[in-house]
Design a protein around this ligand. Structure first.
Ligand SMILES: Cc1ncc(COP(=O)(O)O)c(C=O)c1O
Length: 400
């Protein structure tokens, strides 16, 4: 056993989160490093879904909207996500996709910012959907998009800035952006901060309330393990809730949804972020999946995430021949999310071979991307992934 394999063994034995892996449907033949794209299935979710489908839908049918708590699921599940992102209850509502929530948040923030502020600053390296939707929202509301490096947003905010839409963690590089500092600078300029938490929720502390974030959105199918296409969420700071003017004022966000009034009157609170009939099956799978967080402190997840990514980088440096890959994820802990991205000229050929050999990461243009999900990835997984990567790059046949 090599020194790094021994070190991995020691780190796994000392890991206080190691026991959580058994909560997931995972096999030891695979190192799953794609939880930053689709989280693994928590093992108890299928039985819960069998009950939802067989009893709640199959037997109770329409009664379940009330008796099984379907109607209030968007707010109830929002309250389950809230502690993971540092929000008090009543500030998050679950529903729709992240893309749709980007639209709601950008338009609502532009409306709150008011007249005279005609610029929307957008993270130039954003995940594409945020940029596409912000651009369309800007055209609809008469704003101008200003694409910027997130590091330049604080200095660029001015009295024409309505809001900035920023990714907390960059989906390509894994760079963690400065949420407290950027939010404070936007506020000093009288603008609002809208954060995309897709790559940070469930991986590191976010502190939405503590840092005074105005609005935030995020998905639930990555580090929150909600399942493919599970619904996203929108956070609305308490001080903005009465002014949150949704561009999609569907009937389920009405103050009296069953009054069937011809005119719209918004409900109070985060419920305003709702649109139409919630996607109950996906939503209840997400609700069940969130049980894996019971008793887990997000700070302990962050500590393990940093230790895992440090160790993976150390193993890559030790095993992979010089010059074959270049880490583009920042070394500094304060600037790193929970993934490691390696620039690699042969990435399109390398990733399928890695997957064939049981190491599942993913591919972005010119990049090998490896997500580290502390609840179910261990140090031996990180060591094995780096070793298999080195073998693939060296052209060593599998199993040698
Ligand atoms: C930062 C970010 N925003 C948005 C999305 C996707 O949005 P949607 O859930 O609408 O597909 C992703 C998906 O990976 C993402 O990484």
């Amino acid at each position: 056993m090599s020194d790094l394999q021994q070190e991995a063994k020691r780190l796994d034995a000392a890991d206080p989160l190691a026991g959580h892996r058994a909560k997931f449907a995972l096999d030891d033949a695979t190192v799953y490093l794609d939880g930053n794209s689709l989280g693994a299935l928590p093992a108890h979710v299928p039985a819960r879904m069998a009950d939802v489908i067989g009893r709640e839908w199959g037997e109770l049918r329409i009664r379940s909207w009330d008796e099984s708590g379907w109607w209030t699921a968007p707010e109830r599940i929002g309250d389950r996500i809230a502690p993971l992102v540092g929000a008090a209850a009543g500030r998050i509502v679950v529903g729709d996709s992240t893309s749709v929530n980007v639209f709601k948040a950008v338009v609502a923030a532009a409306r709150i910012a008011g007249e005279g502020r005609d610029e929307i600053l957008v993270d130039a390296s954003t995940f594409p959907t945020d940029g596409y939707i912000a651009e369309s929202a800007a055209r609809m509301t008469g704003h101008r998009i200003v694409p910027l490096d997130p590091a330049d947003i604080p200095a660029a905010a001015n009295d024409r800035t309505a809001l900035a839409l920023v990714n907390h963690v960059d989906y390509r590089t894994g760079r963690l952006h400065d949420l407290p500092g950027t939010t404070a600078a936007l506020h000093a300029a009288g603008a609002l901060a809208v954060w995309d938490l897709c790559h940070s929720a469930g991986a590191l502390p976010v502190g939405l309330d503590a840092h005074g974030v105005d609005l935030a959105i995020g998905c639930t199918y990555k580090y929150l393990n909600g399942g493919p296409g599970s619904p996203a969420y929108v956070y609305v700071a308490e001080r903005h809730q009465s002014r949150f003017d949704s561009p999609l004022p569907g009937w389920t966000s009405h103050a009296d949804p069953f009054g069937m009034e011809p005119g719209y009157r918004a409900a109070d609170g985060a419920v305003r972020g709702r649109v139409g009939t919630p996607d109950i099956l996906s939503m209840l799978a997400l609700e069940a999946a969130l049980d894996v967080w019971d008793g887990v402190a997000i700070e302990s997840v962050r500590a393990k995430s940093l230790a895992l990514t440090d160790f993976f980088l150390e193993c890559v440096r030790a095993y992979v021949p010089e010059g074959r890959v270049t880490p583009i994820t920042p070394e500094a802990h304060g600037e790193r999310g929970s993934q490691v991205a390696l620039a690699c000229a042969d990435a399109p050929a390398v990733m399928p071979e890695l997957i064939r050999r049981g190491v599942v990461g993913d591919l972005r243009p010119g990049l090998l991307r490896f997500g580290f999900t502390p609840l179910y990835v261990g140090f031996a997984d990180a060591e094995r992934a780096a070793r298999v990567l080195a073998d693939v790059l060296a052209g060593t046949p599998a199993g040698e």
